[in-house]
Write a protein that binds this ligand. Structure first.
Ligand code: HEC
Ligand code: HEC
Length: 300
């Protein structure tokens, strides 16, 4: 607000309040002259010969209520923001109140989370109270992608099995949740051509124990060792440092059928796990890491 507008608003507001005050005082005085009935003066308006309009002052108690509202308005405007850019004597702001409430909630949560800070992740995973807190956190922050039971969906890993794409040791899981993960599986359509993709798909199917055309798969093996082994390993067992999944276990993030594999290879995949470190803070992240490890039944 420019200072011109501020002055304008202050003037209009005060003019209104003092205008009301003046109006109250003016109307509370009995009018001069006229026939006096009940202390007031009549306005000279008469209907049906005997129905007269009087101009009596307001009853005292009623008048005082009005004065009170004027006083309330002035006191309120002195204490709280309302008069233009004047911030009020109390220095109250909406943001300030929000920050205060947030700090109070954080302090309450900190007290609740404090006992968990000294526990190791395996200890947390074995602690029923910690796990019940973690379950609530999971439902609020993670269930929309990983499912309310942690069972996952296509493209969103199942956290209930012992199969880990990025690794299962506690520090790694904390890292996954705090910093997020961005998987880079490059697209191979242009590199391998249609036939090459067919061959690689056949080999991946064979690796995972599915039926596949052996001639195609044999050619696919050569392609795999040249192009894929760097990330997925020569044996196809994957590399958790890169988030490259094990392709031999017949557990799929996107799907192991020929059509899905074609899609994965042609277009690549970029699964993204969002980072929660900043939003949730280290204590909650550790609780959630313990929860994920406990879900997978591989606490170590
Ligand atoms: C927006 C969706 C989304 C949300 C919300 C989400 N995740 Fe994930 N998460 C993913 C995706 C996608 C991946 C797999 C990334 C990839 O393709 O490598 C993943 C991977 C993971 C992994 C690694 C699994 C493995 O096998 O290594 C863990 C652990 C995990 N998430 C836990 C959590 C927790 C705990 C929360 C809640 C704080 C959470 N996620 C919230 C999408 C999500
Ligand atoms: C740069 C490393 C890298 C290379 C090279 C690479 N991949 Fe991947 N691959 C990944 C990563 C990382 C993922 C996980 C993608 C995700 O989570 O979104 C993945 C995912 C896959 C999947 C999906 C698995 C599932 O569970 O659905 C298949 C299939 C696959 N790769 C096959 C191949 C083949 C075949 C090649 C070679 C032609 C190859 N990859 C080359 C890193 C790589």
């Amino acid at each position: 607000m420019t200072s011109g507008w501020s002055v304008f608003i202050v003037l209009v507001t005060l003019l209104n309040i003092f205008g009301c005050l003046w109006l109250l005082r003016w109307t509370s005085k009995p009018k001069a002259a006229g026939e006096k009935i009940g202390g007031g003066a009549d306005t000279g308006h008469v209907w049906d010969k005997d129905l007269r309009e009087y101009n009596n002052p307001l009853p005292r108690w009623w008048l005082w209520l009005f004065y009170l509202t004027v006083a309330f308005g002035l006191i309120y405007l002195a204490l709280y923001p309302g008069l233009g850019t004047f911030s009020g004597l109390k220095g109250w702001t909406q943001n300030g109140q929000y920050e205060q409430e947030k700090a109070a909630a954080e302090a309450k949560a900190a007290a609740y989370l404090a006992p968990f800070a000294t526990m190791t992740i395996p200890q947390l995973a074995a602690d029923p109270k910690a796990m019940s807190t973690a379950r609530n956190l999971f439902q609020v922050n993670c269930a929309q992608c990983h499912g309310s039971d942690g069972g996952g969906a296509t493209g969103f890993p199942n956290l209930m099995d012992a199969n880990w794409q990025w690794g299962d040791d506690p520090d790694t899981v904390v890292q996954t949740i705090a910093a997020g993960r961005m998987a880079v599986m490059p697209p191979w359509g242009a590199v391998l051509g249609a036939q090459g993709v067919d061959q690689a798909v056949a080999y991946v199917q064979q690796l995972s124990g599915q039926q596949a055309d052996t001639t195609l798969a044999l050619a696919g093996q050569t392609l795999f060792e040249t192009n894929c082994a760097a990330c997925h390993g020569f044996d196809g067992k994957g590399n958790p440092i890169l988030g490259a999944p094990n392709l031999t276990d017949d557990i799929w993030l996107y799907g192991g059928d020929a059509a899905t594999l074609h899609q994965t290879l042609e277009n690549g995949r970029n699964g993204q796990m969002p980072a929660f470190g900043e939003r949730l803070g280290p204590e909650r992240v550790r609780l959630l890491a313990a929860y994920a490890i406990q879900l997978a039944g591989t606490s170590n």
